[in-house]
Ligand binder design. Sequence first.
Ligand code: FE2
Length: 481
Amino acid sequence: MTKPFPDTPTFAGFNAPIRLEGEIFDLEVVEGEIPTALDGTWYRCGADFYFPPLHGDDVFVNGDGVVSAFEFRDGHVDFRTRFVRTEKFVLERAARKALFGAYRNPFSDDPSVAGKNRGTANTNIVWHGGRLLALKEAARPVEIDPVTLETIGDWDFDARLTSLTMTAHPKFDPSIGEMLFYGSAAKGETTPDIVYYAADADGRITKEIWIDPPYASMMHDFGVTKDHVIFLVMPTTSSLERMREGGPIYVWDEDLETYLGVMSRHGDGSDLRWFTGPPRFVFHILNCFSEGALVHIDSAVSEIQSFPFFPDKNGRPFDPERAKARITRWTCDLTSNSSGFVERTINPLGCELIRIDDRIALSNYTYGFIPFHDAGARQAGDANAGFNSVGRLNVRTGEMEDSFFAGPNASVQEPQFVPRSAQAQEGDGYLLVIVNRLDQNRCDLVILDANSLSGAPVARIKLPVRTRAIHGNWVARAELP
Ligand SMILES: [Fe+2]
């Protein structure tokens, strides 16, 4: 590599590019024992820059996709990590430099890659229909070999995927094995169209509904219940014209309202109804469920777009307090004549990368597993002002019942709940958490008892390196080939 990475926060310190591929067989267990009940693989996906960006600084969501796997077997864990061979990655590797430019802005690319696939496969990884798919909302899924993590190639659902994109946050119906998902900007960057799909347990697309939203927006996640589908249109708007002039794809436009599009999961989309409310932003849904004609959407809601690198349309400076996301319930009443939705904050703590016991997805539920900053646990001299804890939130009472504190100079990545057994009650199991040891330039994999997050960890597994992911998912060994 002939050019260094820029000295900016995106590339400095613990955020510095890792650029590593390989395997660590039999990781070191430095505390406790790994339960043999943990039998399967925790797949994770994140962003890492292989080459310095084409135009100076960049934003972390523009990094190359990396998939990693913690394979649990008989009380041991093996680790593997590998870059996804997207077309972008392959072309840049051949050139030994970046050729693609700014986040989702094809006008900023080197002319040699005009028309090439800009997908980065850097956000989430899911197992469905016998395929492991690395996802980025701006492109189609990329299939990954579940054993070697080698890239198999783009997956278009046997040519049934009509959208150019697929969300990184599909939903799964645990009772019937369906995967529900959508593509936004489905006809190309900044186009408004949304297309909704259902795929059966074998991965075959069985439903396709095109939707015309009130305006084109960033749609990172959506809601599904047993009976309804909810599209979130919020004022982070896109513009091709702005990108052509060298600006960012997205800006925050607080002059617009939030729209929640609710439709039956069992129909053809003709019943879609839009509910409106004040401008809000959501990256991630916690869970959604229907109670008759009431549709509840629980998510981490902020008053403004929470990525500072997508500017305010009206030039207002970024306000970190308003960008804080809090677990909030929106309720749409399908019997009401009002077009408004009801908003209620469940818990006031700022949080993100929130998860549940996935077995209860789409249904009325009790627990969320919530990364947050515990100011009380932090002590003088602790350099970490980010999320240092993961709590178990009871969404019925709003109480953070219990929490794990990662320690001084440590932060947490997205947790993963794994049930103690297939029959265990909701929330009875283990919580897997990657702890960033900021002062040691490496990570730990910590296994917690989800019933006793503040108790001693079940096990702590030392990684001699950093690993970084945005999202991940557990796949039990019985599900894998
Ligand atoms: Fe996400």
